[in-house]
Each structure stands twice: as C-alpha cells, then as structure tokens.
Design a protein around this ligand. Structure first.
Ligand code: NAX
Ligand code: K
Length: 521
C-alpha cells in the first residue's frame, strides 16, 4: 500500500537534522529550495508588480519567509518585510537571510504598517511553535487575517500546533499552505486543517533516506491516488469464484424497533463484495429484513428467558458461527439482558474474525472479564478482533473523558489497542486505526461532516466485515474500510451536499467506486 506520512514536529526536526548533518546538505540550501517552491506557487497565481507583505518570526520559518520575499523582489514583485521578535532570538539562518536582503538595500520593519497588499507571506511561526501565542504575536496574526490579501502560509499557518492541529490562542487563516518534505499532523487534524487552505507539499531534498534506516514516521494515511482508484484497495476478485469464494458474513445486529442498524450493516457487507450475509436479529425484525433485504439469510431470536426457543436459537447460532468467515456484532443490539447474554456467548464461542461495534462496545466496556477474554483469545488463539468505537464509546472503554480522546486520538487509539490486544478503529472527524502488533497508526484523511449521521457507523462495520470475509487481514480491513467509508461520504456529499447525506447513501455509493475501471494496481 502506498503511504502518505503525517509527521510530528520532533520527527521533522530529526529528518531535517539528518539531512543537514549526515548528508551534509547545507541548511541554507534547504531553505532556498523551500523558498523557491513557495515562490513557484505564488507565480502561478499572481503576476509581477503584485504587492507582497512578508511577515517573519525569528526562527527558521521566518528565514524561509525572508528568502521568499527576496526572490519575489528580484522577480519584479513589490515586497515589504516585517520581522516580529527580538534580535537576540534570530536563528543563524534567519540572520543570514537578513544580511542578504540588507545587501540588496531592503529595509525591515518591526510592525505591519499598511493593509494594502495582494499577497501576505505568513512566516511568523512554523513547526517550532512551542507555546500559546500572546501579545504582539497574537496582534500580528489578527492583523494578517484582517488584510484582504491572499495568505500563503509557509510550512504551517502560524499559531497552529504542528503535532495536534490545535489553535494556540490565535492562528493565521491561510488560502494556501506550502509545506516541505512531509505533511505535518497539524495539517490533517482538526481544527488545524481548517486553517491551512490547500496544502501543497514540496520536495526540498529531505527524503526517506533521512530516516537513516530506522522506522519512518509513526502516522500515515493512504496515498491520495486511492481517492480516484478505490478499487485498488480491494482484494483481487476471482472471475471463476462463487458465492462461497467471496465469503460469508454473519451480522448480529438490531433489536426491537431497531431494524435499520442490521439492514445497513448487512447491506454494506454485501455491497463491498461478501458472497453471503446472514442476519441474526430479534424475531420482530423478521418481516422488515425479509422485505428490505431479501438477499440476506436470516436467523431470529426471542428473549433469552424463553428458555426452550433460546436453546434452539443458540444451536442455530453455533452452526451459523461455524458457517461464517467473519462475524460483526453490535449495531443496534441494545443493552438488554438478552443482548448481553448473546454478546458474551458470541465473544466466547466464536472462532472467526470478529468486528465489535456500537452496543457491543458498551457491553464490553462494562465487563472487565470480557476484556480479559479478548486479550486471551487474541494472544493465545491469534483471534482477529476489531473494535470500532466512536469517541464516546472509546472514552467508556478506555475510562476517560471524550475530550481527552479527541485531544490525543493517535496515542489513545494505540494505547487501547495494546490494552485489548486487538485492532482499534477510533471514529472521529479523523478516524485513527491502530493495533497491538505495530507501532504505526493509520490516520484517515477521507470523509466529511455529512457522515456524522445515524447509521454511518453501522455501514462502516458492515464494510469492514465484508472485507474480512474476503480474506483481508484485520488491520488492512480496518484501514481500507475506513478509507473507503470516508470516500463514500465524500462522493455522497458531492451529489447532495453535506447536510443531506444519510447512512444509506454511503452504501449506495459502493455501486460506483469499486468498478473495474477504477482498479489500477
Ligand atoms: N533546515 C532548515 O533550516 C529548514 C527549516 N525550515 C523551516 O524552519 C521552520 C522551523 O524553524 P524553527 O525550528 O526555527 O522554528 P520556528 O521558526 O517555527 O519558530 C521558532 C521560534 O519561535 C519562538 N516561539 C515559539 N513559540 C512562540 C510563541 N508562542 N510566541 C513567541 N515566540 C515563540 C521560539 O522561541 C523560536 O525563536 C520550519 O517550520 C520551516 O519553515 C524549512 O525551511 C526546511 C529546512
Ligand atoms: K508559518
């Protein structure tokens, strides 16, 4: 799978240093390349004679900005330079850039004096931002935002935390952000991503060689090309296959007055390519499932207290679990006594890859014993288990507040995966996927707020289940499922706008994005 990395500021600094110290590429060369790439983007949009304001800080981000201004000036733009911060804080490179522009007779101002600019180069802070922005720095950011010109942020909008995407008290709202070598976490995480405008990532000579044989950055996503070639994420499909070849999914979902969850989940498993899907749901849902999803096989149950019929049902369930290649349990099953008994039974007795979602997660959160069982099954029997909590379910499972999960979704997801010894999909605006076997965390870059709608999670559980039935391994099924799910949301939103997207629309889009034409391996 071709990856796209999102680096932390510490990782980026490490790769920077390795390029400069180990490969002996001078820092000023990197800076000049960064500046030239930024200038290139400006030249695509604005002609000579445009009025440019460069706003620099004292660090190397500021140095980048001064170099950008100098090159633009030499190419016929009208450039004003402003530098905010005390002289004793100038970095070596920034000092050097100032010497150069002084030789060209440029003057340097210490505050923004005019509001009449076409382009603002925001080079106040880059990945070196280390604390909240206050005083003159905050004022400067506010002024940049109030000038009507086009804002180009160098590396990252000033005021955005490169590791978390947090706004550090104030941040520049850029039209474009030109970044170097690798995208930063702050470009993709909310709210940072909303401040960047279009992010353009440029090669300035800091490459994968700078990893120096160590593991690369911890966080990655799938390369952008898969947005148009989603079918390339699918397992190969044999032309000579039959419905058994493509796998059997068992979907244990729904409760009284809650048939939609199992319908959405089961339909999604079918649409992603499962050969057969069997639904296990309360007897009350029989008619509606048969009517709405006639393709599904069906097994129903009544209350566990009705012992005779329950015994029969369990016998049938045992057979179904043997038959299935994968089990999805949880969407809409509720937290009734029967749901709890059923859930425990399936976790204990099934031997197949298991996706636990929604109410299944709430039941799991309440039972230390079941959590211990998951660990044992995974470690001793190599069971493939995926849990797919949204932030609130995650917080319940982890034992913290939802805000804490949102603030640090990457580390928290990995921690829970280690604790449960399984694959964890933490669903949020940027969903994270981690497992206990690998250090790396997948961070999803597809999707939109239109998907924050009831049933969206049921669709994801069905998609992941459908991938597992086709033989995809846990981690890959979770990542690809999340990526595809987001893509479905983006396509649905393109058609209807984000407000109108409903869960069923996501499944519907599966008809279009997996066509063979999209499949270029
Ligand atoms: N090797 C290099 O020289 C390269 C540097 N690059 C640029 O260098 C940047 C990183 O440079 P630095 O590490 O110097 O960091 P920055 O330029 O981002 O900022 C660091 C400076 O800001 C100050 N500072 C941090 N937070 C502050 C706050 N809230 N209020 C006031 N002052 C604050 C620090 O004390 C320090 O003086 C990258 O973002 C990138 O733009 C790139 O050009 C790539 C190559
Ligand atoms: K910046």
């Amino acid at each position: 799978m071709e990856k796209k990395y999102f680096v932390s500021s510490a990782e980026m600094k490490k790769y920077d240093r390795a390029t400069i110290n180990d490969f002996q590429v001078p820092s000023l060369v990197l800076m000049e390349r960064a500046a030239l790439e930024t200038v290139g983007e400006i030249e695509k949009r604005f002609g000579k004679g445009s009025r440019v304001l460069v706003v620099s800080g004292t660090g190397n981000n500021g140095g980048d900005g001064i170099a950008v201004g100098r090159i633009l000036m030499q190419r016929g733009y009208e450039v004003d330079f402003v530098l905010i911060g005390a002289e004793e804080k100038y970095s070596e490179e920034t000092r050097h850039q100032l010497v150069i522009i002084a030789k060209y007779g440029c003057t340097l101002k210490s505050k923004i004096e005019s509001m009449e600019y076409d382009i603002i180069i925001d080079a106040l802070f880059g990945i070196g931002l280390s604390r909240n922005v206050e005083g003159i720095y905050k004022k400067c950011i506010e002024t940049m935002n109030s000038i009507s010109g086009f804002i180009v942020s160098v590396d990252i909008p000033s005021g955005i935390n490169a590791d978390t995407g947090a706004v550090m008290n104030a941040a520049v709202k850029a039209d474009i952000t030109v970044t170097f070598a690798f995208e930063k976490l702050g470009h993709i995480l909310y709210p940072g991503c909303e401040y960047c405008g279009e992010v353009l990532c440029k090669d300035i000579g800091i490459t994968k060689e700078s990893f120096r044989g160590e593991e690369g950055p911890r966080v990655y996503s799938y390369a952008d090309r898969y947005r148009e070639q989603a079918a390339a994420l699918m397992p190969a499909r044999s032309r000579g296959g039959n419905k058994g070849t493509f796998g059997k999914a068992l979907v244990i979902a729904g409760s009284r007055n809650m048939s939609g969850a199992c319908e959405l989940c089961a339909r999604s498993a079918y649409r992603i390519g499962a050969g057969m899907v069997k639904v296990v749901t309360p007897e009350e849902n029989r008619e509606i499932i048969q009517k709405n999803l006639p393709e599904a096989l069906l097994s129903t149950y009544t209350d566990a207290e009705k012992t005779e019929s329950w015994k029969e049902f369990l016998q049938d369930l045992k057979e179904s679990m043997k038959w299935a290649d994968c089990i999805v349990i949880g969407p809409g099953i509720g937290k009734s006594g029967t749901a709890s008994i059923l859930f425990k039974y399936v976790v204990k007795e099934s031997a197949k890859p298991l996706v636990i979602d929604a109410d299944g997660l709430n039941l799991l959160a309440e039972s230390e014993e079941l959590q211990e069982l998951l660990r044992t099954l995974s470690l001793k029997e190599s069971r493939q288990i995926i849990v797919t909590p949204h932030v609130a379910e995650f917080a319940r499972l982890y034992g913290c507040r939802p805000e804490e999960v949102k603030k640090d979704i990457i580390s928290k997801t990995k921690e829970l995966a280690d604790r449960l010894c399984c694959t964890v999909v933490c669903k949020d605006a940027r969903t994270a996927v981690a497992d206990y076997m690998k250090r790396d965390v997948y961070l999803n870059a597809t999707g939109n707020d239109g998907m924050a709608t009831a049933g969206s999670g049921d669709v994801l559980a069905g998609i992941i289940g459908g991938l597992l039935t086709q033989g995809v391994r846990c981690r890959e099924a979770a990542e690809a499922g999340v990526f595809l799910h987001g893509r479905l949301g983006d396509l649905a939103a393109e058609r209807t706008g984000r407000y109108a997207v409903m869960a069923g629309d996501l499944t519907e889009q599966l008809k279009y994005i997996l066509s063979d034409e999209g499949k270029r391996r």
